[in-house]
Design a protein around this ligand. Structure first.
Ligand code: SF4
Length: 305
């Protein structure tokens, strides 16, 4: 991308410390303009959207509290102590986790709330940017047996369990195993082969129906190709017109714009969608710019290898 104050390119650019994540790449894939507004311009949303955003933030706060509870149990704290006096719906979610934590997870190594990152540039291309972008992923739980399976577990607190086919299409299902395999030679218990890896989504809304995806070498290669393609498209863009809005169809308005905080700005309607219809909380696009940029090189540096 162009330099920050280059008069030939009077537009903002990604911060030098930007690290790509499943959230930012998903934003680009869903609607390139979303990516531009959220990650390049870093625009907060207009006040008119405040109410649904507040509801969304309340759900996000509950989700974060649930993740902290589970994290503590996974590192060895007594769940009975943690369960005392939890407010709803945390009490029900935590009871569901205690009753239905996925069985048969590898036990040899556990990584809890771990961030892994790998270099992310345009491989073998002279136009690859000088600044070193990274691709980062934050894992709720990695349960590993170096000689056997390595299971990535993601706890989901959305109100509904999505269809497996929908979840499979999300970039999280691609990026989490990809980053793990690429980063694994630096892990004390690595390296990991793609065939060892499994991604498991667990839902407070359906604790007995987790969704598992197996991973393998051909998926890994295909994922690398796709990630390179996405990065090349993003880095080729220099102005808003290079990041078009998703086509204005009824279906796209329903699927993307009604859950997007930029819809007034984009003239894509004023009413927010119903939060009950959100399958994955990340489908409600109310990116917190500070959190969205959580994976900066500053954060990643201390965890990088
Ligand atoms: S409102 Fe629609 S067109 Fe505008 S950024 Fe959001 S998803 Fe894209």
């Amino acid at each position: 991308m162009h330099a920050v104050n280059d008069p030939k390119h009077p537009y903002p650019r990604l911060p030098d410390t930007f690290a790509f994540s499943q959230s930012s790449l998903q934003a680009y894939q869903d609607c390139p303009r979303r990516f531009w507004l959220a990650y390049v311009e870093q625009l907060p949303w207009p006040a008119v959207e405040a109410a649904p955003v507040q509801d969304h933030e309340q759900l996000m706060r509950l989700g974060a509290a649930f993740h902290r509870l589970v994290e503590r149990v996974e590192i060895g704290l007594d769940p009975a102590l943690l369960a005392a006096s939890l407010p709803p719906p945390l009490d029900a979610w935590f009871a569901a986790y205690r009753a239905h934590r996925p069985a048969h997870l590898p036990e040899a190594h556990k990584e809890v709330e771990r961030i892994l990152s790998v270099p992310f540039g345009l491989e073998g291309r002279p136009d690859s940017p000088e600044q070193g972008f990274r691709l980062a992923a934050k894992y709720d739980l990695i349960a590993a047996d170096p000689e056997g399976r390595v299971v990535i577990v993601d706890w989901k607190t959305s109100r509904r369990r999505p269809e497996p086919a929908t979840l499979r299409q999300r970039l999280q299902s691609l990026i989490y195993p990809y980053v793990l395999v690429e980063a694994s030679p630096s892990l004390p218990w690595g390296p990991v082969q793609p065939e060892q890896v499994e991604m498991l989504y667990w839902f407070t809304a359906a604790p007995e129906q987790p969704i598992r995806f197996r991973y393998d070498g051909s998926q890994h290669q295909e994922n690398q190709r796709r990630l390179q393609q996405l990065l090349a498209e993003i880095l080729a863009g220099q102005r808003p017109a290079d990041f078009p809005k998703v086509p204005d169809t009824e279906a796209n308005r329903r699927r993307f714009c009604q859950f997007c905080v930029y819809r007034s700005r984009c003239n894509r309607g004023t009413a927010a969608g119903d939060l009950d219809d959100v399958e994955d909380m990340e489908d409600f696009f109310a990116v917190d710019v500070t959190a969205a940029l959580e994976f900066t090189l500053d954060d990643v540096a201390e965890l990088a290898f």
